[in-house]
Design a protein around this ligand. Structure first.
Ligand code: ZN
Length: 410
């Protein structure tokens, strides 16, 4: 039977696993219960398992049993890596689904429960085809995608060499609860997602009585000006055809309406789509904020922290994935994106090291308008189980077909 047909038969099992994960989301790099569930799902399958040292990651290596393309042991056995992230978010679930999170204040609002269950499904599909694989598969179950750089931790602990040599190609997948109609696979060669950086600003003034601001140094008015000046700076100093996004998501100061506080602070997220813009941000922001502080006679501390690089997919690997998707599901299921999206991913770190690609998969609930449905990270974000078997099948088929072409010397 084909991988897609086998996967269809596993749909119920994959969905049950997804629900288990969904009910018990964990956040960050330490996901002991999730790790336990993944190990249970892999139990009995012929994988070499290693666990993270600094995190609760799981790396599973399947040794293919087929000889090389010429009937002999290939000189160099190809290796393909498949990645799923496993962490949830600090969001209070409000979807109302019957398998809703049982953990107060935690939710699989980004669909990583789907990724983990799909890759566990692929683990079975691949194990059943072990004898046909002329190479090895590395499964990368990573924690801490949501701002904890779980991928960076796993790379430092050697996931890219887990099979004993560097992987030749790497594939990741991400589901969406919006953006595209149900079941669409999305690809883009080159820059697919933005870089993400963090900005942490503290304005230091001198506190005083709210009735006598002239005898204090008000950090609130200076911080307010900074917040709006950053938006103006973006429209004046950056090329609109190389877009950037800056959003202030934290703004804090003061304790009482008639007290001028000592300090004010804000935090922003910054998304860029080119190294040039990212570099420019790192110099333009401190220059602007220090200028405003100086004009108001206050001090400012500017902390610009690089987070995730841009997600840049390999052109050839993207076309490989597109061909696999078209062959398996038909060309109508494939959306080739013309532009990147302003989300960010730490799978970018894998793609910076080895060729590979990232595939989007729309899990918008059937019958719901994908243009208005709540997006990932919303407490209402709902993902349709129906995509699970197709996602598992795609993971497995990417490994099988890429190992075949690599073993044939392509
Ligand atoms: Zn995510």
């Amino acid at each position: 039977m084909s991988i897609a047909a086998d996967a269809k038969e596993m749909q119920g099992e994959i969905a049950r696993f997804r629900h288990e994960l969904h009910q018990e989301p964990e956040i960050g790099l330490d996901l002991p219960r999730t790790q336990e569930k993944v190990l249970k799902a892999l139990d009995g399958l012929p994988y070499e398992i290693s666990l993270g040292e600094s995190t609760t990651s799981v790396t599973a290596v399947l040794r293919g049993g087929a000889p090389g393309a010429l009937g002999a042991e290939p000189v160099r056995k190809p290796t393909v890596l498949l990645r799923a992230d496993m962490d949830g978010l600090p969001v209070q679930e409000r979807t109302g689904v019957e398998f809703s999170s049982k953990i107060d204040g935690a939710m699989h609002a980004c669909g990583h429960d789907l990724h983990t269950s799909m890759l566990a499904g692929a683990a079975t599909l691949l194990a059943e085809r072990r004898d046909q694989l002329a190479g090895d598969v590395v499964l990368m179950f990573q924690p801490g995608e949501e701002g904890f750089d779980g991928a960076g931790h796993m790379i430092r602990e050697g996931v890219l060499d887990a099979a004993g040599r560097r992987v030749d190609a790497a594939y990741g997948m991400h589901v969406f609860s919006s953006l595209e109609p149900y079941g669409q696979f999305c690809t883009k060669p080159g820059v697919m997602m933005s870089a993400s950086d963090g900005l942490f600003v503290t304005v230091l003034g001198a506190g005083g009585h709210g009735s006598a601001p002239h005898s204090a140094k008000d950090p609130v008015t200076a911080a307010a000006e900074m917040v709006t000046a950053l938006q103006v700076m973006i429209t004046r100093q950056f090329n609109m055809f190389d877009p950037v996004v800056l959003t202030v998501g934290v703004l804090q100061a003061g304790t009482k309406r008639n007290v001028i506080p000592e300090s004010a602070r804000f935090e922003a997220t910054i998304r860029t789509f080119s190294e040039a813009s990212r570099d420019r941000m790192m110099t333009a922001i401190p220059q602007l904020l220090k200028g405003i502080a100086s004009a108001h006679g206050v001090e400012v501390d500017v902390d610009y922290r690089g987070e995730y690089p841009m997600t840049v997919t390999d052109e050839d690997e993207t076309h490989t994935a597109e061909n696999v998707i078209s062959d398996m599901f038909g060309d109508s299921r494939l959306s080739r994106w013309a532009t990147p999206i302003s989300g960010s991913e730490d799978f970018s770190r894998v793609l910076a090291e080895v060729p590979g690609t990232f595939v989007g998969l729309s899990a918008v609930p059937r019958g719901v308008d994908h243009t208005t449905s709540p997006f990932n990270h919303s407490p209402f974000a709902t993902f349709d189980d129906g995509v699970l078997s197709d996602g598992a099948a795609l993971y497995a088929e990417l490994a099988v077909s890429r190992i075949a072409t690599l073993a044939a010397g392509n």
